[in-house]
Write a protein that binds this ligand. Structure first.
Ligand code: NAD
Ligand code: UDP
Length: 354
């Protein structure tokens, strides 16, 4: 058994897929989640997929006493920190909730980590920290700026991590900047289960395909892109999950490299890394790919541009390849196939009562 890892927010969409990847890679994981945006059924399904009960603790990252109990009962190598709120629109309406959850929650977690001398962290950041990019593809040195409280909360945490790394070189902090995670586990047992009407494109398309929603509105068709619709770097969630395992392997190697019999600690400091495919796909291209895979008609209409949206966004994925030896492998067809399998087997997501 490899190192023990605390996974905050591990019941959520990306966290649940990453738990499986971590288990497959031999890690011992403890999941900590307040279930504010996830379901116990996801824990049951991950347990079924890995063939053993997942170690789950219900708790909030803002609750220092609860975290301390977890850290005193387990010897962690590090933390993968997914816990956070992620809806851009809601963050505009409820900024305090977002700063409290995403920023204060992370500060509390870091304080407890420091107290227990656990200083290896992988943090869920986002391509949203790049705002409207000046050049494409976006590399990790690109300028950062945000236009909404959700993005600001991610950028603020990044600044905190940078300051922390400067203050003390025993911290090893990797913010992974995700581009657009989509898809589901190939088993069709776990996937993205948005509350209410989805804000994001892929779950919206899949709910139209399954007949839950009538029609997709495509926000803007006059962007300077291949067909006038927005372009994004969609990445399969299982590729993304493997990116976390690669980042963890990198942290392990850097923090305990053995040089001529003596263990030398190399500080990683603050090391942001993009997780994307490096390829852009337009909204219309995604709709067409999904329709081909699902053999469903996806009715759509063109609508006004959505406030705050940018024309194009795709990653330079070179740093992840060069440093972590990680590359996304799955195609847009794979992403659509796996989303469709999950959506058609679970039209109501994890809500098995409905
Ligand atoms: P998700 O909502 O499915 O998962 C987040 C999990 O964190 C949920 O299970 C939720 O219950 C839990 N949580 C929230 N606040 C918590 C708290 N205070 N204490 C404990 N648990 C808490 O979201 P996701 O899509 O899996 O995203 C995971 C992370 O990645 C988030 O931080 C998100 O901001 C970030 N991210 C997501 C995307 C995306 O498109 N999905 C893109 C970039 C970054
Ligand atoms: N989009 C759309 N209709 C929707 C949801 C999204 O046309 O119902 C477009 C959106 O304008 C953007 C792209 O799809 O160009 C990706 O949007 P999403 O919200 O999934 O991701 P993000 O904006 O965070 O990159």
């Amino acid at each position: 058994m490899k190192n023990k890892i605390l996974v905050t927010g591990g019941v959520g969409y990306i966290g649940s897929h990453t738990c499986i990847a971590l288990h497959e890679a031999g890690y011992d994981i403890v999941v900590y989640d307040n279930l504010s945006n996830s379901s116990r059924e996801a824990i049951n399904r991950v347990s079924t997929l890995i063939g053993q009960s997942i170690k789950f603790i219900e708790g909030d990252v803002r609750d220092a006493e609860s975290l301390k109990r977890v850290f005193s009962s387990h010897q962690f190598f590090g933390v993968i920190h997914f816990a956070g709120l992620k809806a851009v629109g809601e963050s505009v309406a409820k900024p305090l909730l977002y700063y409290n959850n995403n920023v204060s929650g992370t500060i509390t977690l870091l304080e407890v980590m420091a107290e227990y001398d656990v200083k290896n962290l992988i943090f869920s950041s986002s391509a949203t920290v790049y705002g409207d990019p000046e050049t494409l593809p976006i590399n990790e040195k690109s300028k950062r700026s945000c236009t909404n409280p959700y993005g600001q909360s991610k950028l603020t945490v990044e600044h905190i991590l940078e300051d922390l790394a400067v203050s003390d070189d025993s911290w090893n902090l990797i913010p992974l900047r995700y581009f657009n995670p989509v898809g589901a586990h190939p088993s069709g047992k776990i996937g993205e289960d948005p509350n209410d009407i989805p804000n994001n494109l892929m779950p919206y398309i899949s709910q139209v395909a399954v007949g839950k929603l009538e029609k997709l509105s495509i926000f803007g068709h006059d962007y300077p892109t291949i067909d006038g619709t927005g372009v994004r770097d969609f990445i399969h969630v299982t590729d993304l999950a493997k990116g976390h395992v690669a980042a963890l392997n990198y942290l392990e190697k850097q923090t305990s490299s053995n040089e001529s019999g003596t263990t030398k600690q190399n500080s990683v400091g603050f090391l942001p890394i993009n997780l994307g495919t490096g390829k852009g796909t337009s909204v219309l291209e995604l709709v067409s790919a999904f329709s081909d895979v699902s053999k469903q008609d996806i009715p759509y209409q063109f609508a006004e541009r959505r406030a705050g949206d940018i024309a194009s966004c795709y990653a330079s994925a070179d740093k992840a390849k060069n440093l972590l030896g990680w590359q996304a492998k799955l195609s847009i067809t794979d992403m659509c196939q796996d989303t469709w399998r999950w959506q058609s087997i679970n039209p109501n997501g994890y809500d098995i009562e409905k």
